[in-house]
Design a protein around this ligand. Structure first.
Ligand code: GAR
Length: 210
């Protein structure tokens, strides 16, 4: 089983979905640690209750962004992490950190990339008038929300949606998508190759439980 660390900044519902999936006996990854850049992130309590090692590394305790990311990197090595999942980690990582983990770090973004990068994706989707919205899991590269896409899930946009109602619908899809995408990466079935993902050993149809 691949050793996975999760980086969070807040609620941690995607982290929780990964922890739950990793309890399945045939899941190819185990969550070995959770790192938060916020001391008050609610997700920390969930990870602790699940018996997972947690570490808080706040930006203000380091003089530079580089020093902060170096501390995260050192923690990842101490955990023996082989893969990193960003799960609502709301801070841009330095290019040297991203380069170090490229191909071994994935992120979930609450939009159907390449649409609606950055923040406020549900409001942006409503403003654009799209009838389908959703979430994407992608390899993290130097370009924010721009790395190769591993998996996506779509949900309908309903006529009376608010950013909140739409966000709740997308979040449910996130909780199913992220464990599936991590499984592909941990099994080596989805690998980064340049600006694309190379898929191997996958059937044409989605997994049975999808
Ligand atoms: C999720 O919707 C995730 O996709 C999004 O933040 C939320 C975190 O929720 N991530 C980003 O916007 C990344 N820029 P969670 O803490 O409950 O998983």
């Amino acid at each position: 089983r691949k050793r996975v660390a999760v980086l969070i900044s807040g609620r941690g519902s995607n982290m929780t979905a990964l922890i739950e999936s990793a309890k399945e006996p045939d899941y190819p990854a185990e969550i070995v640690g959770v790192i938060s850049d916020k001391v008050d992130a609610p997700g920390l309590h969930i990870a602790e209750a699940a018996g997972i090692a947690t570490k808080v590394l706040e930006r203000r305790d380091y003089q530079t962004k580089e020093a902060h990311d170096l501390a995260i990197d050192a923690t990842l090595h101490a955990l023996g992490a082989e893969l990193v999942c960003l799960a609502g980690y709301m801070r841009l990582l330095t290019t040297s950190f991203v380069r170090e983990w490229q191909g071994r770090m994935i992120n979930i973004h609450p939009a159907l990339l390449p649409l609606f990068r950055g923040l406020d994706t549900h409001r942006k989707a409503l403003e654009a008038g799209v009838r389908l919205h959703g979430c994407s899991v992608h390899f993290v590269t130097a370009e924010m929300d721009g790395g190769p896409i591993i998996a996506q899930a779509a949900v309908p946009v309903l006529p009376d949606d608010s950013p909140e109602s739409l966000s709740a619908r997308v979040l449910k899809a996130e909780h199913r998508l992220y464990p599936m995408a991590l499984r592909l990466v941990a099994e080596g079935k989805a690998r980064i190759e340049g600006d694309k993902v190379r898929f191997e050993g996958m059937t044409a149809s989605p997994p049975e439980d999808w």
